[in-house]
Design a binder for this molecule. Structure first.
Ligand SMILES: NC(=O)c1ccc[n+]([C@@H]2O[C@H](COP(=O)([O-])OP(=O)(O)OC[C@H]3O[C@@H](n4cnc5c(N)ncnc54)[C@H](OP(=O)(O)O)[C@@H]3O)[C@@H](O)[C@H]2O)c1
Length: 239
């Protein structure tokens, strides 16, 4: 069977992705602190991405096709660096969940699939915030920019060693109606000058549903040979 591994499956995009893959006949391995899916082809792996080092996750190297999606993330801390809104613990937690854990898990996977001959796709969920600077999002922006660069380097490495069955993407999914957006709208106005813009996205119905983004990302990965760039913006990818 085809198997996808997804981090952060309790809600939002990760949850919608897991359901979408299941409905398309894939085996889904969800990695997270909380699990909301019960399905014969769903395996729940208890994983807190804040733990260091992360436990070893065994990859199903008999799968007909493998996809690994580093999706889990924290948007916080939001605030001016150096202000009280930005604590050291929050900085380290966001870097750990958004970037360090994604690199560590990717390393774990790659060490296990050296002899894998099927199609392997590593998909890091990035953000427009990794490509554009937003005030008061220094840590989030830096972590997503880090994911983009990490992905570009991996792509280069796989081309260098001739792993033509391996592909990596860093995908900005657009703005999605999830708890992360709720959290952004709840920020203290003194800690985020763009607050009104994000409130307006919601009020104007500009947010995509997690289901529609999951469907688009699924199709993007299915059509991976059509895309040569490592970094992608899902809103700019045609159907
Ligand atoms: N929403 C947007 O507008 C938007 C825009 C651009 C990019 N993105 C990206 O899209 C991805 C999904 O975001 P979302 O909006 O769906 O966010 P979300 O609703 O806040 O969901 C985040 C997920 O990450 C998991 N997570 C957080 N900390 C974790 C930890 N320590 N260990 C394991 N899992 C953890 C959460 O699980 P728990 O239940 O364990 O907390 C949850 O399932 C993220 O990479 C985000 O940066 C989102």
């Amino acid at each position: 069977m085809k198997t996808v591994y997804i981090t952060g499956v309790s809600r939002g995009l990760g949850y919608a992705l897991a359901l979408h893959y299941l409905s398309n006949g894939w085996k889904v391995v969800g990695l997270g602190r909380t699990h909301a899916i019960v399905h014969p082809y769903y395996t729940a792996i208890e994983l807190n991405l804040l733990h260091r080092p992360l436990p070893k996750i065994a990859v199903d190297t008999d799968a007909e096709e493998l996809v690994w999606i580093n999706n889990a993330a924290l948007v916080g801390p939001i605030g001016y660096l150096g202000s009280e809104a930005v604590g050291l613990n929050a900085i380290n937690d966001a870097l750990q969940v958004n970037l360090n854990s994604a690199i560590e898990l990717s390393h774990q996977v790659i060490t296990q699939i050296d002899n894998y001959r099927g199609q392997f796709t590593l998909c890091n969920i990035s953000s427009g915030a990794g490509r554009n600077a937003y005030p008061c999002w220094a840590v989030y922006c830096a972590s997503k920019a880090g994911l983009d660069m990490f992905s570009r380097v991996l792509d280069m490495e796989w081309k260098t060693v001739g792993k033509s069955n391996f592909r990596v993407f860093s995908v900005a999914p657009g703005i999605i109606d999830t708890r992360m957006q709720q959290q952004i709208r709840q920020t203290n106005p003194n800690d985020f000058p763009l607050l009104e813009r994000f409130k307006n996205y919601h009020a104007d119905g500009a947010l995509d549903s997690p289901e529609s983004v999951a469907e688009k990302l699924f199709r993007f990965i299915q059509r991976r040979d059509e895309f040569s760039e490592v970094t992608a913006d899902l809103r700019l990818v045609g159907n």
